[in-house]
Design a protein around this ligand. Structure first.
Ligand SMILES: Nc1ncnc2c1ncn2[C@@H]1O[C@H](COP(=O)(O)OP(=O)(O)OP(=O)(O)O)[C@@H](O)[C@H]1O
Ligand SMILES: [Mg+2]
Length: 476
């Protein structure tokens, strides 16, 4: 080593201190030494952290090597410590090495001292490197976002990160006594075992498991486990990621697709029903009226052929005209049930007014509708108007079906650039914040429609408190 070593010699005999330095010089060691002869001198010298090694005598008048070693270990643990002494018992030598001294040398045999110093310094250096590496790996595993653990074939945990304790709510000492299968319940049978080691057969693989916390909490985890060799035997190293969020989205997606399927099914069956109803109305009403008309026209033809005048046939013509009027009315009725012509001709406000009156007439439920001036004048996009109208219809249908005896108040207004429709009833209400998936489709359809036109819908209801639906959409 070409670097100049800094040595601190704790020695109350100047002759011995000289002797030590002479021996070291003779060996060719490049060094600089500071000599302290008592506790105070030693303490002061140690203020300097640059010493590579301390060479300490065993017993000084009011100080000793055990105390000196304690001090060095506390303030400069990286400095090597060698006991250089006249005589020492075997037990004491063993004890001081156990306490952390790097070596001991007898003054009667100083020739080994230079090599002992070099070896002790080297060892300290590699100890420091190992310590640094260990600290780094502890930092890394503790800063991992998920959980980390290492266990042996018997399932005993060797290492784990703080996050494992944090998410499982088990303390360090508890984890140390536990086995992996005390925490994790595997979804599949492959790695789950309550009897044997918890090893996957082949290489690193992802397993979805449930981590069961001390408080009974259940968190879905994806575990990736790899077999590695540690301390000469096969161990399993695992990292786990919390997959609650993706699990939740997965479930939501499944639920949505079920809803979508039932919505499609319902749309189809509604279409079928509607077609059947229209067919019946056309057949029963229009069909009869036209048949009647045909018979009347036939009678008229015969009468004209028999030479009857228009005056003589006035009553018959009257019957024909009123049949035609009825047929026109029927056509209008069927058409407006399919889609109120008002929505296209007169706009949303008129259509909502008409629908409210129809509803009052049909169900005997007092229904008021008011629109503000801005809403009356605004020309909505036809698709948006249809969306608002259909949502209004579903709300009123729900009132008729579920709310019981009550009154309905609805409004349409434009405020702060938003068009807002409110439908409030004073009926029996329901738990609208229920998070259970809906089995019915009316309100699901309402939400779908709102989403399709870029509107937002909110439903507020509590049992006994009536129901309020608010549909709002920013205007372009
Ligand atoms: N105005 C209301 N007053 C009281 N309860 C209501 C009201 N609107 C909805 N509900 C409750 O909310 C539930 C869901 O309504 P939704 O319209 O989705 O279904 P539905 O009317 O029962 O069936 P459908 O799918 O045929 O519409 C209803 O079953 C009812 O319990
Ligand atoms: Mg409904």
């Amino acid at each position: 080593m070409t670097q100049e070593l800094k040595l601190l010699i704790l020695e109350d005999s100047p002759d011995d201190a000289d002797l030590i330095q002479r021996v070291l010089k003779r060996s060719g060691l490049n060094f600089q030494a500071v000599v302290a002869s008592d506790e105070r001198g030693f303490f002061n010298a140690l203020n300097d952290n640059g010493f590579h090694a301390v060479l300490s005598d065993n017993a000084l008048p009011q100080y000793n090597s055990t105390e000196a070693l304690k001090l060095v270990k506390t303030i400069h643990p990286q400095t090597a410590f060698i006991l250089v002494t006249g005589t020492v018992s075997e037990e004491f030598a063993v004890k001081i090495i156990q306490d952390g001294a790097d070596d001991y040398i007898l003054k009667t045999n100083l020739t080994r001292l230079p090599t002992a110093i070099m070896k002790a310094i080297e060892r300290k250096k590699s100890q420091k490197e190992v310590e640094q590496e260990k600290n780094l790996s502890v930092e890394i595993i503790n800063s991992l976002p998920g959980i980390f653990y290492l266990y042996d074939k018997s399932g005993r945990f060797i290492r784990w990160n703080r996050n494992l304790e944090f998410v499982s709510h088990y303390q360090y000492n508890e984890v140390a006594r536990m086995k992996p299968w005390d925490f994790f319940k595997a979804d599949r049978q492959t790695i789950s075992s309550t009897a044997g080691p918890w090893f996957s057969e082949s290489g690193p693989q992802g397993e979805e498991v449930t981590l069961i916390g001390k408080d009974g909490s259940r968190i879905p985890y994806l575990l990736l486990q790899t077999e590695i060799e540690y301390g000469g035997s096969a161990c399993l190293l695992g990292i786990g990621m919390d997959i609650s969020t993706s699990k939740k989205s997965e479930l939501e997606l499944k639920e949505l697709s079920v809803q979508l399927r039932s919505l499609t099914h319902r749309l189809n069956s509604i279409r079928e029903q509607e077609q059947r109803r229209i067919a019946r109305e056309i057949h029963d009403e229009l069909g009869q009226q036209l048949t009647g008309l045909k018979m009347d026209v036939f009678t008229l033809k015969n009468a004209v052929a028999a030479g009857k005048t228009a005056n003589q046939l006035e009553t018959k013509f009257g019957e024909v005209f009123s049949l035609i009027d009825e047929a026109i009315k029927s056509i209008r009725k069927i058409a407006s049930e399919l889609r109120p012509s008002m929505l296209d001709d007169l706009g949303l406000v008129a259509a909502l007014e008409w629908q409210s009156q129809e509803f009052t007439k049909r169900f005997n439920i007092e229904t008021s509708f008011n629109a503000d001036e801005k809403a009356k004048r605004y020309e909505l996009d036809p698709d948006v108007a249809t969306g608002f109208f259909r949502i209004y219809q579903e709300s009123l249908t729900n009132v008729a079906r579920h709310a019981g005896p009550c009154t309905v108040k609805s409004t349409l207004e434009i405020t702060n650039g938003n068009i807002i429709m409110k439908v409030m009833d004073t009926g029996k209400g329901f738990k609208s914040d229920n998070k259970e998936p809906r089995k019915t489709l009316g309100l699901v359809g309402v939400r779908e429609r709102a989403m399709m036109i870029g509107a937002n819908v909110e439903i507020f209801s509590e049992p006994g408190q009536g129901t309020e639906l608010i549909l709002s959409m920013p205007l372009p």
